[in-house]
Design a protein around this ligand. Structure first.
Ligand SMILES: [Zn+2]
Length: 286
């Protein structure tokens, strides 16, 4: 009887596909023509817990979602509801906050229920040698910054166990390039600290970065380009949706926004500004 119950509950578990469009602003997602994503769900405005890639992704791997900034409630109540939502996302009965302790790790939680856990990331800061790579069966830093198409090729939902895929997409991140287009100025210092980690190891010091800050015309151009990058991602997402079995729960969001001149800022990271925390979010079952 227990065996039958176990097999039954395993069968109804959902695959989970977690797509993080790095740096995508909420208003860029709204502006972009995204027929495939619109067909799947509706963008909500959510708020990131962090303004930078690494801590933001860590929050997601705790099992927490970008929040709704609710007023008049205690934080603990919001967190509890967020964790209970994993019942619906995964199809695992009786999920509660206690299932995530003591590790507070989504991947460790999913492994307890026989999930195969996989990550494909674009940002070097999330490379497999960091402690972000915890309880993953496979973890790959893609060779190219903008290879969502390559990720889709590799995704495979076949096999006995339910699958978890975390995808960190680089297309909408600076320098917002598709297919190697060189039409925006490249400033290595923008995310160069981690891009040039190899230089540091080899030479013992980081390269001096002396590029000038962007002007407003350049920033406007890049802001428009980010919208175009989200449209490109949407086109590919249609192909990914076709690969997803019916029992796949899909989360699409960003890790933080991006500033294009507001308040004198460019980019994200060591910035406190509303637009760097405002992000798009949608989720649901295929
Ligand atoms: Zn990021």
């Amino acid at each position: 009887m227990n065996f039958i119950k176990k097999v039954f509950s395993k069968e109804k578990r959902n695959n989970i596909l977690y797509i993080v469009i790095d740096s995508a602003r909420y208003d860029a997602a709204i502006r972009a023509k995204t027929p495939n994503m619109d067909n799947f769900g509706k963008w909500e405005k959510r708020w990131s817990f962090s303004s930078w890639t690494f801590p933001s992704h860590h929050t997601y791997l705790m099992g927490m979602m970008p929040h709704t900034n609710p007023q008049g409630v205690f934080a603990s109540e919001v967190y509890k509801k967020d964790f209970v939502k994993w019942v619906e996302r995964s199809g695992i009965d009786d999920v509660a906050f206690k299932n995530f302790v003591p590790h507070l790790s989504l991947t460790k939680f999913l492994k307890k229920y026989n999930y195969e856990t996989n990550a494909m990331v674009s940002m070097p800061v999330l490379n497999p040698l960091t402690n972000f790579n915890t309880a993953f069966d496979s973890f790959e830093l893609m060779d190219n910054h903008n290879d969502f198409a390559g990720m889709i090729e590799k995704i495979d939902f076949s096999g006995e166990n339910p699958k978890f895929y975390l995808l960190n997409l680089g297309e909408a991140h600076y320098p917002y390039r598709l297919h190697g287009e060189p039409d925006v100025p490249i400033l290595h210092g923008v995310h160069g600290v981690f891009k040039h980690l190899d230089d540091f190891v080899a030479e013992g010091e980081f390269r001096e970065e002396s590029d000038k800050f962007f002007n407003m015309e350049q920033m406007k151009k890049m802001q428009n380009k980010q919208v175009e990058c989200i449209e490109y991602i949407d086109n590919l997402i249609g192909k990914l949706f076709e690969k997803c079995p019916k029992n796949t729960w899909i989360i699409i969001t960003s890790d933080h926004g991006e500033l294009f001149g507001e308040g004198g800022f460019f980019g994200h990271g060591p910035i406190f500004h509303e637009k760097v925390f405002e992000i798009p979010f949608m989720e649901g079952k295929m």
